[in-house]
Ligand binder design. Sequence first.
Ligand code: F6P
Length: 476
Amino acid sequence: MSRLIVVSNRVGLSRDVGGGAVGGLSAAITAALRQNQGVWFGWSGETTPQYTGKLSLDRVGDVTVAKVDLEPQDVEDYYNGYANNTLWPLFHNRLDLTNFSRAYASGYARVNQRFAEALRAMIEPGDTIWIHDYHLIPLAAELRKLGFTNRIGFFLHIPWPSRQLFTTLPGHEKLVAQLFDYDLVGFHTAEWLSALTGYLQAELGVKMGDDGIVEACGRKTRLQVFPIGINPADFAPENASEASIDAQRRTEKSLAGRQMIIGVDRLDYSKGLEERFRGYEQYLENHPEAHERVFMLQIATLSRDGVEAYQDMRNRLDAIAGHINGQYGSLDWVPLRYVNSGYRQDELAGIYRAARAALITPLRDGMNLVAKEYVAAQDPADPGVLILSRFAGAAAQMKAALIVNPYDQDEMAEAIQRALTMDLTERMLRWRELKAGLDAENLDHWWQGFLDTLAEQPRGDRRIMTVAGHGRRAVT
Ligand code: F6P
């Protein structure tokens, strides 16, 4: 069996391969690696005064975890900079927050070169390499420069922006060309894929075949949709751990007979938290009869606090939460409980179960696995209702949710009312449909589908040579 080398900015695999991985990306990669011998490589999350490229290696079951420290300037230019101040806001339609600093762009190029160099000694000829997310788009190009002809796949966990937005990025042509050094590029939804193909057609005059193989920038690659899933059994009530049962019990006790609406997100402007709070406020405004009988628990885990836009947003959210509680709260009722701590996956499952509705309303989101986790955690005999933004990638699959426009406060308020008053028959019907979707397109389906498709691609250098008199042909 060929080895799998996974590369992502963060390496989430801890000593315990089997459990507790936090975040969708790391849970997904952990699942893929658990069943494939291999290596997971990425940034340690630590800095070193001067970059050495020295790997810290750890062995967890069959998996080697390899991490490298970065210089503070790398973290500033690559992670806080190009990844989270340029690509992240741009790919989430926030041109107003996008910073096109050239120092960031060169930091991004530098760290990708450093990662390629650091990986060099680890790659063997038969290895399959799977690179994840927007931090690392140029990595295959760097590895090809070093002469590697291994199969290399890339998966984008965030949306791809429209052509009009993408072309504001200085060097957009180069970033796209770097995608064509992969043998397979995966997206969560057909919408993100078609944003890229729209760019390829309009800017590069590329003709799309219907086999998913695209020729552009002197290369051929396969572009395909693989919607990421979860493993529903990890959240199911029958598999609840002690910690999960305890979290459910504590949350239920705190309900004091009230209905709870849950929101769980990384604290990020793409998650639509301000709009969500406003929608909830509108609901409270419209429904005085619900006062004292409902509350919302918003868990917003702190994230990327080295980036100014995140600090600003945190301050605004603190103010809105304070305003809602000041305006509507009473001696023994806090209408909005807003917490910034993080919870383990199994604790979250217990908290999800105690909630009558989930309000998952990002303004733009590659997929959103919390929506799936909430559904998987429900009691089939008394399930809660999922309210989901039409702008989450998950909305393409989860059509039995109450789908809302997160910019429309009134629509959100109506959806909350509908969810909290929905009868058991409708809740069960909707839940069964959503759960069937989770089972069909689960986490194993995602990673196996991607790796099987990658294995089918011709191995090696995919340059298209121009042969005099014979047009272009692919060298595979
Ligand atoms: O899904 C997007 C993503 O950036 C992942 O790559 C990452 O694991 C997650 O969000 C958390 O982001 P960060 O590593 O910046 O905290």
